[in-house]
Design a protein. Sequence first.
Length: 262
Amino acid sequence: LFRSPKAKSPTMTSGCDEISPEKPEDEAEAEEAEAEEEKEEAEEEEKEKAEEKEEDNEEDGMKVVKLPTMSLDIDADVLRGVPLNVLMAGHANVFSTSAGSQMDYTKSVCTSKLDDFVSHDWGSARIEKFMTLCMVHNGVAASILSMLAAFVTHALQSKIFIGVLPYSRPYNPAVTDLSNYRMHFGIWAQVLCPVVFTCVYFYGQQLRGFLGLSTKLVFLDKMCIHQADKHQKMKGIRQLAGFLDKSDRLVVCWSKRYFTRL
C-alpha cells in the first residue's frame, strides 16, 4: 500500500496580522489633491479675514501698516543719536512737522549707545512734548539750583554771614530793629529763585551746550533715520529694535492718541 503524502493545512492568521492591500495610486493622488485644496481654502479664508479687518480699521479712521521684521542687531553706521540741546532748540521746534530733511539728519551723530529713546506720536501738540522733555530732563536741576539760589541770597542778606544786601524792600523804610525781622520780608530770594527755576527748567539743555558741557544723546526718528533716502529709511526702520536695545531709557511723550497713532 502506498501512503499518500499529507496535505499541508493552511496557516491560520488573525485579523490583526493580515496585511492590508495597498491603496491604488489614483486614490492616493486624489487624497493629496484634496488636502492641497483644503489648505488653499484655509489660506484664502485667512486672507479674506485680514482684508475685512483692514477695511473695518480704515472705516474707523485707522490705517494698519505692516512693519518689516525687526532685529536687535544694528549696523554701526545706522546707530545715531541727536544731542538733547539740539533736539530742544527753539522750544523743540523739530516736533512741528513729521517731514524730515537732509539737514535734520545731519544734526545727529554716530554713537555706540544712546541715553534715551524718545517715543511719541506726530499728531500731538509740540508744546506738550516740549513740556514733557523739560520736566524729565530739567526738572530736578531746576529745583536744586533754585534752592541753592535761595541759600546764597540768604547768606548775602544775613548779617550773620556776608550781609551785603539790604534787608528791606525798595518801597519800605530801612529795617533797623532786627529782633522781630523775618527773612521772608526780603525780596532777593523771592525774585531770584523763580528766575533761576524758570531759566533752568525751560533752557537747561541749551545752557549746558552754551557752557560747553556734555549733553545726552537721544533717539528721535525724524533726526536719526534718514528721511530723504528711501533705502536708508527702510534700513533704519528695520533696525528700530536695535535703537531701543542700545538705549538706557525709554521716554514716552504720552497722549490720548499715543496707542492709536504712532
